[in-house]
Write a protein that binds this ligand. Structure first.
Ligand code: SAH
Length: 215
C-alpha cells in the first residue's frame, strides 16, 4: 500500500471541504491547513482523518467533521489577542485550531482518559498556549474568566447561564442546543448586560453532560 500523503490530503480538505463551501477567514483556513488532524485520531483511522465526516475517538466520543470545526471557529470571529475557552477537549484537535489563532486557549474535558491523550498530542506538537483540566465544563472555568470566545463542542439542553456570565463585553459563545441527538448551533454575543442570539443551522454533537447540561 502507498503511504498516505497527509499534507496533500490536508490541502485538499481545505480547498474542497472548507473554501469551496464558503469558509473564507484566512486564519481559519491556514490553521486547518497546518494542524495534523491525523495525529488526533487512532492509528487505524489516520488515513480517514481528512475525509468529510466526523470520526470516533475513545469512550464513544467523536471528533467533528472538518467543515463543522471550521464553521464554528470562523463564527467565533477570533483575533490574535483573544482568550478562548473550549468545553469538551475530546481529541484536542479543536483546541489546537484555536491555539493557532488566539493568544491563549483554556479547555475543559469531563473524561480524564481523553484529556490525558489530548494533552500528550498537544505537547508533542509543541503548543504552549493551551491550558487544560478535567472537570465539568458546564461550570466554565471561572478562574480565568472573562473570555472573548467560548466554544462548546457537545450538545446542550439549554444555554448554561454560567457560560454567559464568563463572556467578556463583546464576547461570543458558540453552542449546539437541542435534544441529545440533534441540535441547532447558536451564537450568542454579549454587549454589556445584553445577549443577542443568531442561529447557524443544524448539527449533531454528543451530549454535554453535567450540572448545567444533561444529567
Ligand atoms: N472538541 C473535540 C470533540 C469533542 S466531543 C475535538 O476536537 O476532538 C465532545 C466532548 O465533550 C467529549 O470528549 C465529552 O467527554 C466532552 N464532554 C461532555 N460533557 C462535558 C462537560 N460537562 N464538560 C467537559 N467536557 C464534556
Amino acid at each position: 500500500m502507498m503511504p498516505v500523503n497527509y499534507e496533500k490530503a490536508r490541502e485538499e480538505m481545505v480547498n474542497r471541504q472548507l473554501a469551496a463551501r464558503g469558509i473564507h477567514d484566512l486564519k481559519v483556513l491556514e490553521a486547518m491547513g497546518k494542524v495534523p488532524r491525523h495525529l488526533f485520531v487512532s492509528e487505524h483511522l489516520q488515513d480517514q482523518a481528512y475525509s468529510d465526516r466526523p470520526l470516533p475517538i475513545d469512550l464513544n466520543q467523536t471528533i467533528s467533521q472538518p467543515y463543522i470545526v471550521a464553521l464554528m471557529t470562523e463564527a467565533l470571529d477570533l483575533s490574535s489577542d483573544d482568550k478562548a475557552l473550549e468545553i469538551g477537549t475530546g481529541s484536542g484537535y479543536q483546541a489546537a485550531i484555536l491555539a493557532e489563532i488566539c493568544e491563549q486557549v483554556y479547555t475543559v474535558e469531563k473524561l480524564p482518559e481523553l484529556l490525558e491523550k489530548a494533552e500528550a498530542v498537544l505537547k508533542r506538537l509543541g503548543y504552549r498556549n493551551i491550558i487544560s483540566k478535567t472537570d465539568d465544563g458546564t461550570l466554565g472555568w471561572p478562574e480565568y474568566a472573562p473570555y472573548d470566545a467560548i466554544l462548546v463542542t457537545a450538545g446542550a439542553p439549554h444555554v448554561p447561564r454560567t457560560l454567559l456570565n464568563q463572556l467578556s463585553d463583546g464576547g461570543r459563545l458558540l453552542i449546539p442546543v437541542g435534544s441529545n441527538l440533534i441540535q441547532e448551533l447558536k451564537k450568542i454575543t454579549r454587549q454589556g448586560d445584553r445577549f443577542s442570539e443568531e442561529r447557524l443551522g443544524g448539527c449533531q454533537f454528543v451530549p454535554l453532560l453535567g450540572q448545567h447540561g444533561w444529567q
